[in-house]
Design a protein around this ligand. Structure first.
Ligand code: AVI
Length: 760
């Protein structure tokens, strides 16, 4: 946790600037309430809690004083963990009850401010001699990963702080808490209740003007930390009851035009006179709705405590035993079933001849891919379930025939491959054996092949990857118009994006993953990488951009190419991307699955090799991103200090988020997936086109080959370049921020494009 401590001043400043750019770049504009609480803001908030109109803290404090021992009786001698502990004042009532008569107890305050934690730890240990204090400095999200260590526990989230999230964030927050707690752990929420709007509005518009000073301090903080020169006298505090959303909305209203410059991000925002920026929401709760929401996230209500005026509530919840997740067996069956259905669907329109012929020396005949899928499955199921089982000669012959290392792609057509019908039977029979082994399988934690269904997920991923290879082969067939059984139009672009690039600040991030269920060995282990500040394009390079390079003589200008790139360019004798064609009247078309279509200028360029991407980047005065830069731009949430599984978060891919899953048969226009943007605001990082990076394929520090060296290890240091992100032809099962693909720099058959980066 310490490593990503946002207490580091430079990092905290960068996160603040980034957050402002995210909020002011949005419509309507907002600013994150996280940043209201610097030292000055926290002091002002303490002052708010003492104002006569602000009843919340007083009421909650009285409820805790009166009912702490009851809570102790209900929750048992659990460790008390508190989110956003601040100075831990209200918590003293709880700690008093927990340490009554010298009972030993443990308190784990979580706060972003290390200074605050150190000060309050010392005082608390002095005040409560039988209390062990274990502070966690970091964001809530970082703390969630550690909660299991402290179970049985009672997690406190007091002060109605849950009200400062908007509705979707509340649900996500509850879900994350539920995931991090163990069955039987408790959650104590302090909740301000819906009441007379006049009382509520007064609480956020105190007569002494402290609330106004609190809002204004956000801009004073910008002036202090980011060097903006805002006139604070021209900023008004506006807070009123939003009836339909049952919350107080708090705005900063600019009485004069103002400009917020963020030079480190190359961003500048003009705020018009009269413009209001949302700085905070403070939602008010109804107990039945809240207990229902908690129930949806796996909590049962244990106790509800309110004051006589029903102004405020303490809601004690208990984590129910996790609802049984679909069993490992069921998941394995589903993954394997889906991958197989897709393979068969994709090859269904092809004739025997098309399946058997070698269409390009770069690709296998498709029957080889099919036989290899079956053989790979046959071998791994045997290794997982019957490692000592004997292989007869026939089986060994099959193993040799479909050995990808022994037979390079160009030679595979010459092998005595199974005919299509035999191959179909081989796939079917192998799958029957797999499913019957699966029906009897256990998944012992000590067996890395079987634990969590690893080997079955690996087989499904392997087949999913081959389905993309098969699509590459079909794209290279010159005698067919391929009509897929199912096709979907991608969404339309929401229009040009405001900035062409985003700035990613310097600092550490966690690259890779420790996941052992789905991730490949080359994605492991998660490790800290420090990347200097850089700029990266918000979208992949489009056909429009690439055409400008072509028309500017990009393929003729030696100075734009590396020595090897130029050699390739001369040998291959190319002057445009692999599937482009120019008509005699000068117009450009693109060949896609046997169809000639006008070149779609707003789509990412596709079927370019690394050399072409590299030359383009040089022409544009940029460079390709390293894979660490790509992954940071895709995965890192600077404010939470955690990595996302997908650019948009942890929710699985869907057709609104990314162009994946072999349905569109083409990249989508840039700007078509605003909901899929990453924390830093990059679009279309997953799906559409694989993106070439500047990096050579190499192991991460601490890499261990598993379960076989031929997947990754034998390819390290062999001149392969890494691609990231996945294309429209990638199945969601193999699309994630940490996934690494690789190929030689001259290869153009991949559904690959790129985006550029540059130093900042
Ligand atoms: C911290 N939080 C629960 C306060 C509230 O009431 O929503 C923040 C606050 N903002 C203005 N006044 C109080």
């Amino acid at each position: 946790m310490r490593r990503h401590d946002l207490g580091n001043r430079a990092l905290a400043r960068a996160a603040f600037a980034q957050s402002i750019a995210r909020g002011l770049g949005d419509s309507p504009r907002w600013l994150s309430c996280r940043y209201l609480y610097d030292a000055e803001g926290s002091a002002l908030f303490e002052d708010i809690t003492r104002q006569p109109e602000y009843y919340l803290t007083r009421t909650e404090d009285a409820l805790l004083a009166q009912h702490a021992s009851r809570l102790r009786a209900r929750a048992g001698a659990a460790t008390v963990v508190e989110l956003g502990s601040g100075s831990s004042t209200k918590t003293r009532h709880v700690l008093r009850a927990w340490t009554l008569d010298g009972q030993r107890a443990r308190y784990v305050p979580v706060d972003i401010s290390r200074d605050m934690l150190e000060a309050s730890c010392q005082t608390l240990e002095r005040e409560f001699p039988s209390l062990e204090v274990r502070a966690l400095a970091g964001t809530y999200e970082q703390a969630f990963a550690r909660l299991r260590e402290f179970s049985p526990l009672m997690l406190l989230f007091l002060g109605s702080s849950l009200g400062n999230f908007d509705r979707s964030d509340t649900a996500a927050f509850l879900e994350r808490i539920a995931d991090s707690l163990s069955a039987g752990d408790h959650l104590l929420l302090g909740l301000d209740l819906v009441k007379d709007p006049a009382v509520l509005e007064a609480a956020y518009n105190d007569a002494a003007g402290v609330s106004a000073a609190f809002t204004r301090n956000l801009f004073a903080r910008m002036n202090r930390e980011l060097g903006t020169e805002l006139d604070l006298d021209a900023i008004e505090h506006v807070a009123y009851w939003n009836e339909s959303r049952e919350r107080i909305d708090i705005f900063a209203r600019f009485t004069r035009e103002a400009v917020i410059e963020l030079p480190e991000l190359d961003r500048s925002f003009r705020l018009a006179a009269g413009e209001m920026v949302l700085t905070e929401v403070s939602r008010k709760f109804r107990i039945p709705e809240m207990t229902a929401a908690a129930a949806r996230h796996g909590f049962e209500a244990v106790e509800t405590i309110t004051d006589p005026d029903q102004a405020f509530a303490l809601l004690l919840l208990r984590r129910r035993p996790a609802t049984p997740v679909p069993s490992t067996r069921l998941v394995a069956q589903r993954l394997l079933g889906r991958a197989r259905a897709r393979t068969l669907e994709l090859v269904a329109p092809l004739t025997e001849e098309q399946l058997t012929r070698q269409h390009s020396i770069l690709m296998s005949p498709i029957v080889w891919d099919l036989g290899h899928i079956a053989n790979f499955e046959e071998q791994w199921i045997r290794r997982a379930h019957d490692p000592d089982g004997r292989r007869d000669d026939e089986a060994r012959r099959r193993d040799h025939l479909y050995d990808a290392v022994a037979h390079p792609r160009a030679t595979r057509a010459g092998l005595p491959l199974l005919a299509c019908s035999h191959c179909g039977r081989y796939l079917e029979e192998t799958r029957e054996q797999t499913l019957s082994a699966l029906a009897r399988a256990t998944f012992p934690a000590h067996d890395p092949l079987l634990a969590g269904g690893f080997v079955h997920a690996m087989l499904a991923q392997h087949e999913a990857q081959h389905s993309e290879t098969i699509l590459q082969t079909i794209q290279l067939m010159d005698d067919i118009t391929y009509e897929p059984p199912r096709r979907r139009e991608p969404p339309e672009s929401v229009g040009p994006l405001a900035a062409a690039e985003v700035m990613v600040p310097a600092g550490p991030f966690l690259m890779g993953t420790d996941d052992r269920r789905l991730a490949y060995d080359n994605e492991r282990p998660a490790h800290e990488v420090i990347v200097p500040r850089f700029r990266i394009d918000r979208c992949p390079t489009t056909n429009h951009d690439f055409l400008r390079f072509v028309e500017d003589g990009g393929y003729r200008r030696r100075e734009l190419w590396t020595a090897e790139g130029w050699r390739w360019r001369l040998d291959a004798n190319v002057a445009h991307p692999a599937q482009w064609l120019q008509s005699s009247d000068g117009t450009w078309h693109e060949r896609a699955f046997g169809r000639l279509v006008p070149l779609a200028l707003d789509q990412p360029v596709i079927h370019v090799c690394w050399y072409e991407a590299d030359a383009y980047a040089r022409w544009a005065g940029k460079r390709l991103p390293s894979e660490a830069e790509w992954e940071k731009a895709a995965a890192w949430d600077l404010e939470r200090g955690t990595a996302r599984r997908y650019p948009w978060g942890d929710a699985p891919p869907s057709p609104e988020l990314a162009n994946l899953d072999q349905r569109t048969f083409s990249p989508a226009a840039v700007g078509a997936y605003p909901l899929g943007a990453s924390y830093f605001g990059c679009h279309q990082l997953l799906g559409d086109v694989w993106e070439w990076t500047s990096s050579d394929f190499a192991p991460y520090p601490g890499f261990v080959a598993f379960p076989y060296a031929e997947y990754s290890e034998v390819h390290f240091g062999r001149g392969y370049k890494v691609l990231r992100g996945g294309s429209w032809a990638t199945q969601p099962l193999v699309a994630r921020n940490t996934f690494r693909n690789w190929d030689l720099p001259q290869r153009r058959q991949l559904f690959a494009g790129f985006r550029c980066a540059r130093d900042a």
